[in-house]
Design a protein around this ligand. Sequence first.
Ligand code: AMP
Length: 423
Amino acid sequence: MSFSQLGLSSSLCAAAQAAGFAAPTPVQQDAVIAVLQGRDVLVRAQTGSGKTAAFGLPLLEQALQRALPQEAARRTPRRVQALVLVPTRELAVQVGDVLRGLAAGLSPVPKISVVFGGVSINPQMMGLRGGTDIVVATPGRLLDLVEHNALHLGDVRTLVLDEADRLLDQGFGEELARVNALLPAQRQSLFFSATFGPQVSALAHNLLRDPVRVEVQDAPDTRPDIAQSAIAVDTRARTQLLRHLIQHYGWSRTLVFVATKYAAEIVADKLRKAGLDAEPLHGQLSQGKRSQVLDDFKASRISVVVATDLAARGIDVVELPVVVNYDLPRSADDYTHRIGRTGRAGQAGLAVSFVTAETEAHWRLIAKRQGLDLVLEAVEGFEPTEVAASPHALVDHSGTGGVKGKRPSKKDKLRAAAAKSGA
Ligand code: AMP
């Protein structure tokens, strides 16, 4: 199938070709057609499958149609036609870049504004003057801009939630409800993610009107090519093992996930002291530093980034061969997003997870939910010697707040109460 068969204008088909897209990916084939028909969509497609262009191309097509003379009059101050919400600032920048890249050759060029927190609000307010076609935003800053009267959401015709399950979960719940209250009831809504837990799915369905469901998942020909392995290692030997693997296998670029900001700093520092050009990436860094680290990583100026889950969603580093779970993720869904930073756009990738005695039970849970049947490997010279404090260790000492999905049973609680009372 070609882009022109999806109902896109010739200038947009040319823009896709110029971006290096020879043909639409499976998710683009299904989603573009449904969006152009005006339908709400719920898209579950694996990481790296071309989701950004799957909503970006039809959004730009809609912007072109609305630029026709009879529609152009509608672009009035502070109005916005399409709103793309994303959970992180980094993703806002990336999505904005993709949309602007595709829009560059169009006539007229749709106006795309990218707004996110951590940087001065004034240039963003100036940028929104005179209205805009598409706003890409993180929820908090979007609401700030509405409060500053720089933006009016009452005319939004299309809402996109990228990484929708993350935006719909508790962390963003209140902000999203406030945004929702500002949007017109009559609108098109497009939800995209690689994962949708059952609760989020139910919530999504409440917000969508008779959606077209697009599921591009798990088909052998569309599954990302990511080799996965799990290595048993002692907690304290993980940094040395990481260094050994990077050097032994000559990994050109490695994204390492840890559980806390503190760990990101410590591990990156140790790697730097060992001669590797590693940088931490987490939410406590200034926005300038965060952007710089990601830019340097994408441009191969640094070869190792040690990140919190801030970098787990949507971030697209072309030719990122390896992702390492130095600390295990909290949930199987988070695992999907983390390892999905590699094996993108048809390339092969490798995901390595470090499993310690304390996290082995948690690993088994993730592996089970992922349908993984991996033998825990050991690397020569790093064979584990630690044993778990409790053979059924369900408490995760990585600082991530415990094992998601495992709560103490009634019996566990009774036992704990008995122990406490000295019985
Ligand atoms: P995304 O899932 O949107 O982050 O895209 C993942 C990667 O696929 C990015 O590097 C895109 O540039 C690339 N990509 C998106 N659409 C296509 C396409 N139709 N053909 C080839 N590569 C694509």
